[in-house]
Write a protein that binds this ligand. Sequence first.
Ligand SMILES: C[S@@+](CC[C@H](N)C(=O)[O-])C[C@H]1O[C@@H](n2cnc3c(N)ncnc32)[C@H](O)[C@@H]1O
Length: 276
Amino acid sequence: MTDRDKVEKHYASEDITARVLTALRNVDGPDVAITPDTLAPIDHFHGRGVIATAELAAMMQPKASDHLLDIACGIAGPARWIAAKYRCRVTGVDLTPEFCVAARELNAATGLTERVRILDGSALSLPMPEDSFDHAYSQAALMNISDKLGVFREAFRVLRPGGLLALSFAGAGSAGAPHYPLPWATTADISFLVTPVETRRDLLAAGFQIEFVRDTNTMVAEALAPVLKQLETEGLPPLGEHVVTGESAKEWRINWMRSCAEGRLSIIEALARKPR
Ligand SMILES: C[S@@+](CC[C@H](N)C(=O)[O-])C[C@H]1O[C@@H](n2cnc3c(N)ncnc32)[C@H](O)[C@@H]1O
């Protein structure tokens, strides 16, 4: 099995949209409006949810006329949220066909089909021509891809000159290997963790100018400490990414937060620009 097959297998499951909408209506009532905000506790598929998406979007400050690319968009919660908040267009690309189906269905349910487009595809071979996007971002996905330079080269190709690439993903920590299973990989074979220094090197090699590359682990671990305590004592909240991934999410999230707190992971944020 290739790494790509293993990644798809890790994320794929059936009837995602039905599970998401049923969970939301069970918790918020049958008449709940289906919006990027009401869906946000479930469809931002990364550890810090909509807060992290808001921080990433703020790095790019998109204008309403902008067209953004979401590399490895998942079920497209971040793409819908950014399109709604900034009134811009977003195209998402993802490897997992079941996620692309759910993303399109949830775009329709939120009335965002016109402004959020979803394409099946790989970050290593983006299905779009060069100079197509004003900005691009990727959140909580690069851990699954060993060839990060290949992703950066593709992002560089499809960005317009002057366009920004904003990144947020887990990287290697200084205190040894993280605890598995983790949300993106049950074992280390599809978890490709690099350092901020290696990230900077690869962004430069792809042709980008670096605005910053930083490790936000300390801030993230501090913010997550009460969440970890709550998860350990009270279990999963009624709404969360476990609606999509299943009950294993509890162990995965605990391991992720413990690994952050122990310095076994870095949380890499980067902003880079394609030269004008
Ligand atoms: C943890 S999810 C994050 C999804 C989304 N970015 C978010 O924050 O909600 C990781 C996603 O990366 C996608 N992915 C992993 N490797 C990929 C690749 N080579 N090309 C495109 N998508 C990929 C997976 O299918 C999955 O949807």
